[in-house]
Design a binder for this molecule. Structure first.
Ligand SMILES: [Zn+2]
Ligand SMILES: [Zn+2]
Length: 215
């Protein structure tokens, strides 16, 4: 019998109805980066003063307890089953996006991928692509710079840290893509990867993240 991944009650989905309420979508999100704002139809200050290369962000939940723990477990604790919660939570928001739009998971640097054994963004993307019948492009974008862990750096260092960190290594034969990661905090990684895709000829980059920090 399938059980809820959090409370273990029988459930067909990875989260039962009760535990689904733990996922709180951002209220009145920024139209571009999904940061929670206090006004509707708004764009946050950062997207206004320094617009990112991406157009829109699909997001399932605000990054806070207890879901921050699931993210950490997927990233560092090898709880690969957490990817299913994150993928399923994104299915409804992503149903609004054209089914032909392929998913590009934010890549890890090869040395980190070898160490960890998997890319958490790719694990989430695999489930979404299977469920929604979307093309998965796991090998078109690579991380060429082995960046330090972003969370340990200050804002200015983070910007410098991810500059030119990505490279498109295969032709991408579509105009729109969905760039996927587990979490968006400062957004610098997703900004950098999006810019790289736009420079490679993609016309529209959309973002999907399981969780968005409140900023
Ligand atoms: Zn539950
Ligand atoms: Zn914004």
């Amino acid at each position: 019998m399938l059980r809820c991944a959090v409370c273990q009650t029988p459930s067909q989905l990875s989260l039962c109805k009760g535990c689904q309420t733990l996922l709180q979508a951002p209220e009145k999100p920024c139209q571009i980066c999904a940061k929670p704002l206090n006004q509707s139809d708004g764009v946050c200050g950062e997207c206004r003063s320094d617009p990112p290369a991406f157009t829109k962000t699909y997001c399932a939940a605000i990054y806070k307890a207890p879901i921050d723990k699931w993210v950490q477990q997927l990233k560092f604790g090898e709880r690969l089953d957490r990817a299913r919660i994150m993928a399923e939570a994104l299915l409804t928001p992503l149903s609004a996006l054209d089914k032909e739009v392929p998913v590009i998971p934010v890549p890890l640097h090869l040395s980190r991928l070898r160490k960890r054994g998997y890319n958490q963004a790719n694990e989430i993307a695999k489930i979404i692509c299977k469920q929604q019948n979307r093309p998965l492009l796991s090998d078109v974008l690579v991380r060429v710079k082995n960046t330090e862990m972003q969370a340990e750096l200050h804002e200015k260092q983070r910007v410098a840290n991810v500059r030119a960190a990505f490279q498109v290594v295969k032709p991408i034969k579509c105009l729109k893509v969905l760039l996927l990661d587990d979490v968006m905090t400062t957004g610098q990684t997703l900004r950098s990867a999006s810019k790289c895709l736009i420079n490679a000829g993609i016309q529209q980059v959309n973002i999907a993240v399981f969780a968005r920090s409140g900023g």
